[in-house]
Design a protein around this ligand. Structure first.
Ligand SMILES: [Zn+2]
Length: 309
């Protein structure tokens, strides 16, 4: 999610409106959000810190954070909203005494990078190169270049070795133009960030290079190239399966194909989004998790723009 959208949502929450209107940072953890932010075991030495449901902004702390406990320290994937660094540390302390030594961000948005700064300028931090460029444009990092990620990669990067190995992949545009897929091969698990945030139409950030037409193709490349993964850590819902990822790939590809067909038939984006219906074969899906995060019309408008219509 983008900061602008997030702030718009927070403004709807009465108690925060004065603080935000005065240009202050978000008020930080509320009791309800703290209660929703739990650390849960995924497998062995891999955990997820929750509180990520975009459907309940009162309890929202940012995207799911993966916590990977290695011999040399703890790697976290994503860093929630600004103001949540200490909570991340506190949750990690309940499962290990090792320090957090590395941050990997799946993409630029402040609900995934907001607390990077809390961990200091010298922590090892890694993103895809386009995401570093996107982060450099964010208000959160204006005049704070020392907190931008230190390491970048273009297509793939391996960090650690043996059971502590982490493989990073970039496969093209989807949620943004810098989405990293973070694979923990020893645990057959992959954090996919907001490329598969929820079982609904996506929020695609066209301003940061995201693409409605490419999203399904990008996940198709993940499915063709990444092996031996059975568990998915999603951006904003509890963990899902490899088959769920395949199903989501089909869902996005069908939406893109529908947009293309409607555009060719001379339909307007309004007509096309009215005619698009959520296929009941997608069990547990909704059109949109929150009207602010990309329903059919928003996705159709972006698709039409990409199609040159
Ligand atoms: Zn996002």
């Amino acid at each position: 999610m983008t900061r602008a959208i997030l702030l718009g949502t927070l403004l709807a929450v009465g108690g925060l409106s004065l603080t935000l209107a005065a240009g202050q940072p978000p008020a930080g953890p509320t009791a309800k959000a703290l209660a929703a932010t739990k650390i849960e075991k995924v497998k062995d030495n891999l955990y997820v810190i929750t509180g990520s449901s975009a459907g309940d902004q009162d309890a929202f702390s940012g995207g799911n954070v993966a916590v990977f406990v290695t011999d040399s320290g703890v790697t976290i994937v994503d860093a929630k909203l600004p103001g949540w660094g200490q909570v991340i540390v506190d949750r990690v302390k309940t499962v290990t005494s090792k320090p957090i030594t590395r941050i990997i961000n799946t993409h630029t948005h402040s609900d995934h990078t907001g607390s990077n700064e809390f961990f200091g300028a010298s922590i090892e931090s890694i993103v895809q190169e386009n995401t570093k460029a996107n982060m450099a444009k964010m208000d959160e990092f204006k005049g704070k270049a020392q907190f931008l990620p230190k390491k970048t990669y273009k297509d793939t990067m391996k960090v650690g070795a043996g059971k502590d190995e982490i493989d990073l992949y970039y496969f093209g545009r989807a949620h943004t133009n810098g989405d990293t897929f973070v694979v923990f091969p020893s645990l057959r698990t992959m954090h996919v960030g907001d490329v598969f945030a929820w079982k609904a139409l996506p929020y695609v950030d066209a301003d940061n290079g995201g693409s409605v037409m490419e999203g399904g193709k990008t996940i198709g490349k993940v499915i063709a190239n990444v092996k031996n993964v059975d568990t998915i850590i999603n951006g904003h819902i509890p963990t899902s399966s490899w088959n769920d990822l395949k199903e989501y790939q089909q869902f996005l590809s069908e939406f893109a194909a529908f947009a293309e067909k409607e555009a060719k038939a001379g339909k307007t984006p309004a007509q096309a989004s009215d005619e698009w219906k959520l296929d009941p074969k997608y069990k547990g899906y909704v059109v949109s998790v929150n009207p602010m995060f990309g329903g059919a019309r928003t996705n159709m408008d972006i698709a039409y723009k990409e199609l040159g219509k």
